[in-house]
Every structure is written in structure tokens, then in C-alpha cells.
Design a protein around this ligand. Structure first.
Ligand code: DC
Length: 234
């Protein structure tokens, strides 16, 4: 009987973490959790309730409201992954918009927000058999994860991929705005005082600037199979 493991996939924004994590979870029959979607859901709530805008952020009210924010994942068989719900409403599409991307790093820098979401993430991971992607999964959420991957790529390559993705979804954005957002998010995510994005010493770094999705998938799947084997023999 093969034992289940935890696979933590961290890294810079728009490095294809979620695409990879979904593929790996599907192949191994594991649960996939997109923790970025949870931070985006809180951001969506803050925007909807006028708690954040370009020139104001009512952090205290957001912290007071945290008990009112219920985030769930429900598996959508048509899409083949779990979509995110905020207080019972499917917000999977809304949270991918640029307006949410523009404010999510500020929301994710609030320690009380992180505390709430990390607790929920740990609870989901208790049963193992989970692929979780984010920024602090290997460093904070599951420091003992059996497999840790750290993904990166050049900012220009990431912005180009993100731009194409947004265009395909019919969103009207400029390449420069997307690149600026990628650079800004890297900076806030890496420099914030609570749980900054770091590569832990036991994480395997993958720079996918010049790797195809298939090559990357094969590489990580083999690593995962090896870790499952090692863990099962323990
Ligand atoms: O993975 P993403 O781009 O959808 O994540 C959105 C933002 O949420 C990202 O800019 C940083 C933040 N985030 C975080 O701080 N910690 C996580 N575990 C996941 C995301």
C-alpha cells in the first residue's frame, strides 16, 4: 500500500504553478488546493465591501470581518478541479480579474488574514494526498512536506504567458500593465515581513523559462513518485 504525501509547490506569480499542481494531483488522484485563490477570495470580499481601493485600505474592518468570510472548494467535474466559493457563491472567474490581482498582495501581507488561511490549509492537508500551491506552503504551512518544488521564470516570460491567458479570457489589458503587476507582486511577496516568498533549502528549484509544460510535468511527476516510494518504505 502506497502512503500518501504532501506536495508543496511554491514560487513566483505566473510560473504555471497551478497548471502543474492540477496535472500532478489528477495523475496521482490527490486533492489540489490553490491557496492563491484563497487570498484572492479575501481580496474579492474586500473590494466588494469597499474596504480597499487605490487610495485606502481599511485593514481593521477587514480583520473584524474575517469571521464572516467563509472560503470553500467544490470539485467541478466538467473542469476537473475544485473551484473556490466565497460564502456559498462561486467566484472562480471573478478572482482571476486584474482588479483582484492588483490588490491581492496587499491583502496577503496582513498577518491576521494569513493566520486564518494557513489554519484552513493545514486542516485540509491533515489527510495527506494533497498538492498545494502558493508562496509559503513549503516554508510555513507544511514545513515537513515530503516534496517541495520552487518554481520561477524570467518576469518577461511570465508576463507574456499571463497576458495571453487574460486575452484568451477576453480581458482588455496591456502587456506593460501585466509586466508591471508581475514585478510589483514579486517585490511585495518577497519583501513582506510575514511569511515572505522564499526558497527553502530542501526545495527543488525549477526555472521553467525554457521548459515546456510536458517536460516540467514529467520531471515533477517522477520526483513525486520517488518520494511516494521512499515514504512508503519508511
Ligand atoms: O498564486 P496567485 O498569483 O493566484 O496568488 C495571488 C497572490 O496571493 C500572490 O500575489 C501572493 C498571495 N499568496 C500568498 O501570499 N501566499 C500563498 N500561499 C498564496 C498566494
Amino acid at each position: 500500500m502506497k502512503k500518501k504525501i504532501i506536495i508543496a509547490i511554491d514560487g513566483h506569480s505566473s510560473t504555471g504553478k497551478s497548471t502543474l499542481a492540477k496535472q500532478i494531483a489528477k495523475t496521482l488522484n490527490y486533492i489540489y488546493i490553490d491557496t492563491g485563490a484563497m487570498y484572492r477570495a479575501v481580496t474579492y470580499y474586500a473590494l466588494k465591501n469597499n474596504l480597499i481601493s487605490a487610495n485606502h485600505f481599511d485593514k481593521d474592518k477587514l480583520i473584524k470581518d474575517l469571521d464572516k468570510i467563509k472560503i470553500d472548494f467544490k470539485f467541478n467535474p466538467d473542469k476537473g478541479f475544485a473551484e473556490v466559493y466565497l460564502n456559498g457563491k462561486n467566484i472562480e472567474t471573478d478572482i482571476r480579474k486584474m482588479i483582484v490581482s492588483n490588490f491581492v498582495s496587499d491583502i496577503a501581507a496582513v498577518p491576521e488574514v494569513r493566520e486564518k488561511l494557513v489554519a484552513q490549509q493545514r486542516e485540509i492537508g491533515q489527510q495527506k494526498g494533497v498538492v498545494m500551491d502558493g508562496r509559503d506552503i513549503g516554508s510555513v504551512v507544511f514545513p515537513d512536506a515530503e516534496l517541495k518544488i520552487f518554481m520561477t521564470a524570467k518576469p518577461e516570460v511570465r508576463a507574456e504567458r499571463r497576458y495571453k491567458e487574460l486575452k484568451e479570457k477576453g480581458q482588455n489589458v496591456s502587456k506593460q500593465d501585466v509586466l508591471n503587476n508581475v514585478i510589483k507582486r514579486d517585490k511585495i511577496d518577497s519583501e513582506r515581513s510575514t511569511s515572505p516568498l522564499i526558497q527553502t533549502t530542501d526545495a527543488i528549484r525549477i526555472d521553467n523559462s525554457h521548459l515546456s509544460r510536458e517536460e516540467q510535468f514529467e520531471m515533477v511527476l517522477n520526483l513525486a513518485k520517488q518520494k511516494i516510494q521512499d515514504h512508503s518504505e519508511k
